[in-house]
Design a protein around this ligand. Structure first.
Ligand code: GRF
Length: 216
C-alpha cells in the first residue's frame, strides 16, 4: 500500500521529529516523511532530518510581511512536496485561520498536557503549581484556536512530589515519543478520522488498567 506522505514542521530540537523518523525507518510503518520545514535556520531538528537523508526547507517567518504571507509560503511548499498530513512538532508559530482551514483534518499537533487542560506555554510549571496528580500529552487535529481540535490519542504520567518542570517535562516527553508515531499510524491506516468534531474511540485491545496517583 502507498505510504502517507508527511511534512513535519519544527522550530527547535526536534525530538518528536526524531521519534517519527525512527518510526518511518520501519518498512512496515504506513507513513514516510517527505519534507521537514523549519521557521528557524538553526533548529537542531534540521540536522536530525539531514542525517536521515530527509529533505529540509527553512522558511524564515521574519522575512515575510505578515502571517498570511508566511503561511502561504508554507502551504505552497506542502503542495510542491505532495504532502498528505502535516505534523507540527514543536513548531512555535501561530497559524492563520485560512491555513488551518485549508489543511483541515490533515494537520495535527502534539501538546504536552492532557487537553483541554493546560493549553498554551509553560505547561509543566502550571501543572506543578496547580497540584494535579496526573498529566500527560495529547495528539490532536488542529483548529484555528490554539491547542483546540479533535483528540486522536493521549498518554498519561504521574506528577511526583519532587518534580521540577524539567523532570516532569522529561517524563511526559518519553510518552510523546511513543504517542506521536502511534497517532500518525492510526491516521495512515484510516483508523482515526474526524466525525462530528471528535475522533471516535477505537479499541486497540491494548488498554491497561487505571493510572491512579498517589497509588497508596
Ligand atoms: C514538545 O514537548 C511538544 O509537545 C511541544 O513542543 C515540544 C517539542 O519538543 N509542542 P521537540 O522539539 O519535539 O523535542
Amino acid at each position: 500500500m502507498a505510504k502517507l506522505t508527511l511534512a513535519v514542521l519544527i522550530s527547535g530540537r526536534g525530538t518528536n521529529l526524531q521519534a517519527l523518523i525512527d518510526a518511518c525507518a520501519d518498512e512496515a510503518y504506513p507513513a514516510e516523511i517527505g519534507i521537514v520545514i523549519s521557521n528557524q535556520a538553526d533548529a537542531e531538528g534540521l540536522e536530525r532530518a539531514r542525517s536521515a537523508g530527509i529533505r529540509t526547507l527553512v522558511i524564515d517567518h521574519s522575512e515575510f510581511e505578515n502571517r498570511e504571507a508566511f503561511d502561504n509560503a508554507v502551504s505552497s511548499a506542502l503542495d510542491t512536496h505532495e504532502v498528505q498530513l502535516v505534523c507540527l512538532a514543536g513548531f512555535m508559530r501561530l497559524l492563520t485561520r485560512g491555513f488551518v482551514d485549508r489543511w483541515r483534518d490533515r494537520i495535527i499537533n502534539i501538546h504536552p498536557s492532557l487537553l483541554p487542560a493546560f493549553k498554551g506555554l509553560h505547561v509543566h510549571e502550571r501543572v506543578i503549581e496547580s497540584g494535579v496528580r496526573i498529566t500527560g500529552c495529547t495528539v490532536h487535529f488542529i483548529r484555528a484556536e490554539m491547542d483546540e481540535g479533535p483528540i486522536i490519542a493521549q498518554g498519561a504520567v504521574p506528577v511526583c512530589a519532587e518534580d521540577t518542570p524539567d523532570s516532569l517535562a522529561a517524563r511526559v516527553l518519553e510518552v510523546e515519543h511513543r504517542l506521536y508515531p502511534l497517532a500518525v499510524r492510526l491516521i495512515a491506516e484510516g483508523k482515526a478520522r474526524v466525525a462530528g468534531e471528535i475522533v471516535p474511540y477505537l479499541d486497540l485491545g491494548e488498554a491497561g488498567g487505571p493510572l491512579i496517583n498517589p497509588n497508596g
